[in-house]
Design a protein around this ligand. Structure first.
Ligand SMILES: *Cc1c(COP(=O)(O)O)cnc(C)c1O
Length: 319
């Protein structure tokens, strides 16, 4: 419970990959976020969260389980949302499921010295290292790309020694440990991380361009498309667009449901970052817990489908 060398080895590797002093691993990504919120609670009574966030994170922040006030902000309204007791600013980039990119350095500049947590699950340290842009904490659901095979769960936070000490204290108290077997599998996943990310990214780029030309497709969301990255963050903040993409269909909810029922190689499933390609329908699944009004605000329409591109041949996926 207090220290395990296999977990320690995974944490050391993640700290190195993220240019962080330390890293603290947990049983899942949500356990990692929970620990960050408990650690924030020791530092102040208020957190600011930038939408859109992963549905589970949005739900946790809204759950009332913490003695924390939560304010929702956009990068533009951030400065006026900050209070004297603000302990943490939370954002996700690329965001789920719209793939919207947030400029980390801009948020850090507006943060008035308050710790910024970046959920960097979609990017992995191969494509983006938020601490190099001024963030204090980087969170990963290791369940996704870090493990990379859809067969292990974990979460990890890379940060400075001060926050790491608090996170370890919360982990001991709550028992939200990463099992050594999970740590072994996640550490092994890191050995092929760069190759997997690059291969999946190349297939995703190919499929995004083809989807843009397809008559049934209304709009494609992929950071590699200029209109989805107006600030040109791919090339500066991120070294590539990644392998997650979303698209909307002209035929609405029905058309999206039909695609879900027809695809053969894509597995209809939540999660992402696995060796096999996954498809899911946010309005019908992961973001069902988010109010419809908020969903619309975040640009999650009823016909949106999200793809996590895996390691199959792109030609097979297109077929
Ligand atoms: C999956 C996910 C989480 C939660 O991680 P679990 O390991 O499933 O608990 C948090 N943030 C993002 C962006 C995710 O994709």
């Amino acid at each position: 419970r207090l220290y395990n060398p296999t977990v320690g080895r995974f944490e050391r590797a993640m700290a190195n990959l993220e240019s962080a002093e330390e890293a603290v691993a947990f049983g899942t990504g949500m356990a990692a976020l929970t620990a960050c919120l408990f650690a924030a609670q020791q530092r102040g009574g208020h957190v600011v969260a930038v939408r859109p966030l992963y549905g589970g994170s949005d739900h946790l922040l809204n759950s009332g389980l913490f003695k924390l006030d939560v304010s929702w902000a956009t990068p533009d309204t951030l400065a006026e949302t900050i209070r004297p007791d603000t302990a943490l600013i939370i954002l996700e980039t690329p965001a789920n499921p719209t793939l919207r990119l947030t400029d980390i350095e801009e948020v850090v500049r507006a943060s008035q010295g308050i710790a910024v947590l970046v959920d960097s699950t979609f990017a992995t340290p191969v494509l983006q290292r938020p601490i190099e842009h001024g963030a204090t904490l980087v969170l990963h659901s290791a369940t996704k790309f870090l493990g990379g095979h859809g067969d292990a769960m974990g979460g990890v936070v890379a940060t400075n020694s001060d926050w790491a000490t608090s996170l370890r204290q919360v982990r001991v108290a709550t028992g939200a440990l990463l099992h050594p077997m999970g740590a072994y599998m996640l550490h092994r996943g890191l050995q092929t991380l760069a190759m997997r990310v690059e291969r999946a990214q190349s297939s995703a780029r190919d499929l995004a361009l083809r989807l843009m030309e397809h008559p049934a497709v209304e709009r494609v969301f992929f950071p590699g498309i200029r209109s989805c990255d107006p600030k040109g963050l791919v090339g500066s903040q991120m070294s590539g667009p990644g392998s997650m993409l979303a698209f909307t269909l002209r035929g609405g909810f029905e058309a999206a449901a039909q695609v879900m029922a027809t695809v053969k190689l894509f597995t209809p499933a939540v999660s992402l970052g696995s060796s096999d390609s996954l498809i899911q329908h946010p309005a019908g699944l992961t973001h069902l817990v988010v109010d419809e009004e908020v969903r619309e605000e975040m640009g999650i329409s009823a016909s949106m489908l999200r793809l996590s591109i895996g390691l199959e041949a792109p030609e097979d996926l297109w077929r």
